[in-house]
Design a protein around this ligand. Structure first.
Ligand code: KG4
Ligand code: ZN
Length: 382
């Protein structure tokens, strides 16, 4: 699968980019000036940021809804939307203040257009459209997964395409060959549960709270992964796809077999075995993608990218292969505002987006990364 779009960004505020310009290296000296306000509300985090193409990240604020959903053991969509409504404007205010910017200093307002929870996305999109309209600024919807994909570049601006990307979040598990900005070729993905889902569901079976991934990782520190023999689904398959549903069933079977009498050490051992099974498959497939493509740069993004066991495994495997591996800062593995502001900024400067003063916003709760380019084409021709 392959897609790439480009068009003129003439009219970009403060931009001297010509329609023929390829992607621009962002360097303080020669980059056009573009300041983006980004708003992320796709799930259970309200994230806001101001990113400036010359100066970098100027401000950011995040509110996590973990405490709100904890009692329910998972995200309650209606509660998530209501909380975004309450949080987003105060967070915008504090982010602008931190950035030393007024809304009038912002060149473009960006929001997460999808994928995500419909009601939650609507809050961010509606607020972004209202702010953009009130300040007479262009509005831009961003693909959440492209935000994740580019997040490691936020802290390592010299990191460049092409690279292999392992995108591991609560809803997605993908291996992509990122050739250039907007040119992402899908190499493999999960055929059932996402890696984050496997962490979360296994954590629930072990009686852990939400979100399960970090809780399971904490418990696993005290466990012996060799104490339980769990399957490694698709580890030896020829493709680069993943499957985690069977692993969850295997954890359930072990939990049921032990029954009520499961002690703390057994729980920790099962957590460690689960984490090892998930991370082993992720690392093996990522290395296989590097080998097949011939590329020697791996970028890891998404919430599961915060898992230290996964990082250690990937570090070792990449060192053996002579490949470099890059992760986002830990705080930018999970959902956040900077990745949305940054992705918008990169797309605009590369000419992949045209800044528009059109405020009839929409959202895409289900939105394949592969549809991103088709969508651009429709908008360009409209
Ligand atoms: O990227 P993200 O914040 O949201 C989505 O876009 O889905 O990822 C959330 C997922 C959850 O499944 C969470 O349990 C998992 O990332 N996660 C972790 C860790 N931190 C977050 N999984 C394993 N280990 C972690 N340290
Ligand atoms: Zn996410």
């Amino acid at each position: 699968m392959r897609w790439r779009m480009q068009w003129s960004c003439a009219g970009l505020p403060g931009s001297s980019v010509s329609p023929e310009s390829p992607e621009l290296a962002l360097s303080p000296a020669d980059a056009p000036s573009l300041r983006v306000l980004g708003i992320e509300t796709s799930c259970d985090e309200t994230g806001v940021a101001v990113y400036d193409s010359r100066l970098g990240l100027l401000g950011q604020a995040l509110h996590s809804q973990i405490a709100l959903h904890q009692a329910y053991g998972g995200v309650v969509p209606e509660l998530a939307s209501r909380d975004h409504i309450a949080r987003v404007l105060p967070l915008v205010d504090s982010t602008l203040q931190q950035a030393g910017s007024a809304l009038s200093d912002i060149d473009v307002v960006a929001y997460t257009r999808g994928p995500g929870l419909a009601g939650a996305l609507l809050v961010g999109a509606g607020v972004a459209a209202a702010l953009a309209m009130a300040a007479d600024k262009p509005l831009l919807g961003v693909h959440h997964l492209e935000g994740h994909l580019l997040s490691p570049l936020l802290s390592e601006p010299t990191l460049d395409f092409p690279f292999i990307a392992l995108l591991v979040s609560g809803g997605h598990t993908m291996l992509l060959q990122a050739q250039a900005l907007g040119d992402y070729r899908l190499l493999g993905e999960t055929v059932d549960d996402a890696a984050g889902e496997a962490f979360d569901k296994s954590a629930k079976l072990l009686g852990l709270g939400y979100p399960g991934g970090p809780e399971l990782a904490r418990l696993a520190e005290r466990g012996d992964p060799g104490a339980f023999d769990l399957p490694r689904p698709k580890l030896r398959s020829d493709d680069l796809d993943f499957s985690f549903a069977g692993l969850k069933t295997a954890v359930l079977t072990r939990v049921r077999a032990i029954g009520e009498g499961m002690d703390e050490q057994q729980r920790a051992d099962l957590a460690a075995a689960t984490q090892q099974a998930i991370t082993e498959v992720l690392a093996a497939k990522a290395v296989a993608a590097l080998r097949r493509s011939g590329l020697r740069t791996l970028v890891v993004a998404g919430g599961v990218g915060a898992n230290l066991s996964l990082r250690a495994r990937l570090d070792a495997a990449c060192a053996e292969l002579g490949a470099r591996v890059h992760y986002p800062a830990l705080a930018w593995c999970t959902d956040n505002g900077p990745m949305i502001a940054y992705a918008a900024c990169r797309r605009l400067l590369a000419g992949l987006e045209r800044p528009r003063r059109e405020y009839a916003f929409d959202i895409r709760p289900r939105w394949d990364l592969s549809e991103l380019a088709d969508d651009m084409l429709c908008r360009r021709n409209s």
